[in-house]
Design a protein around this ligand. Structure first.
Ligand code: AN0
Ligand code: CP
Length: 323
């Protein structure tokens, strides 16, 4: 595997899930694969889970790891071609990328959406520049439109906790004070569409996900109706994807004070089939979810985060095997 952005990059999903089970049984059995190999993790944005779980995964596989926080100590990078660099950006991404590639064997990138230029974000411009100019296999650690390591961990978690062969999984929008990317819901939708689940998306009008990710999933605008009989509730905020209202791309459509009835609380969970609560974290309590719901025994937020180490181990293992 030379690139990891989408669920299709893993090939047979059932096989990948089986590999995750094997990794979980003994995560250190492929230490030889990473000997004298180096992973470079490049962060343009903050992280807790991705940073720790991906580094741990690489260590499970016997790799060395270098982490670069671009905004904390590196030169400010220009990303546009054809500009006169007389501002505060000292270096161009087009030199920085091959230089980074020369020090490592694999590259993981975190580069969030700018949320101003839909075309630039949805073309995954930064990711593809890394792929093209680094000469190394590259994987997304949340890029402009996707967060596949998260969605893979989410699916592993659902497989571990499902009580029916085909559970009902509901992705629900929830309020947040700041505009957030669509990467997490995009990937979650893509992976759920590929999995054997009954998948429903619920959000206020205007937050329709890009059809490339939402596929044929059922969209139910009545949140309570969507929650009925659900086995898994996956909450996440996202800003306007610009599908039904292109001029609003990356914006919050209504003041969050008006949207607090979308916060997942006990009254919401009461209409489900004793559903598990899920969220990728970091989560704002009182905005996305109430304290009692996230603290309930049915909440999976911690096992879900723990499975990030498993999803990352499978992905890095696959990349090491194809070096
Ligand atoms: C990011 C997002 O919503 O994409 C990262 C989530 C894993 N969240 C925040 O910036 C709060
Ligand atoms: N879920 C997730 O990717 O968390 P971080 O932003 O802390 O890495």
């Amino acid at each position: 595997m030379k690139s990891f952005l989408n669920v299709q990059d893993l090939g047979n999903l059932h096989q990948a899930l089986q590999e995750a089970v094997e990794v979980k049984q003994d995560r250190f059995q492929w230490q030889h694969l990473g000997k004298n190999k180096t992973l470079l993790m490049v962060f343009f944005n903050n992280s807790l889970r991705t940073r720790l779980s991906t580094q741990k995964a690489a260590m499970n596989l016997g790799m060395n790891v270098i982490v670069l926080d671009v905004n904390a100590g590196a030169w400010k990078l220009e990303t546009e071609r054809g500009v006169i660099m007389d501002g505060d950006r000292s270096e161009h991404l087009l030199e920085a990328i091959p230089v980074m590639g020369s020090y490592c064997d694999l590259i993981g990138i975190r580069s969030f959406a700018g949320l101003t230029d839909r075309e630039y974000d949805y073309a995954e411009t930064v990711y593809h520049q890394f792929l093209k100019y680094s000469g190394r296999p590259v994987f997304a650690m949340e890029t402009a439109t996707v967060h596949p390591l998260q969605a893979f961990a989410d699916l592993i978690t659902i497989e571990e906790h499902k009580r029916k062969p085909r559970p009902k999984v509901v992705l629900t929008w929830a309020p947040h004070p700041r505009a957030l990317p669509q990467a997490v819901p995009n990937s979650f939708a893509q992976w759920m569409n590929a999995a054997d689940v009954d998948f429903v998306i619920t959000h206020p009008k205007g937050y329709e996900l890009d059809p490339a990710f939402a596929g044929n999933a059922t969209v139910e605008y009545d949140q309570m109706k969507a929650f009925e009989g659900a086995d898994f509730i996956y909450a996440k905020n996202w800003s306007c994807p610009g599908v039904t209202c292109p001029d609003q791309y990356g914006k919050i459509l209504d003041d969050y004070h008006q949207m607090m009835h979308w916060t997942v609380d006990a009254a919401h969970m009461a209409v489900t089939d004793n559903a598990h609560f899920m969220h990728c974290l970091p989560v704002r309590r009182g905005m996305i979810v109430s304290d009692d719901v996230i603290e309930a025994p049915t909440s999976l937020v911690i096992p879900e985060a723990a499975n990030r180490e498993i999803s990352a181990t499978v992905v890095i293992k696959r990349m090491l095997e194809s070096l």
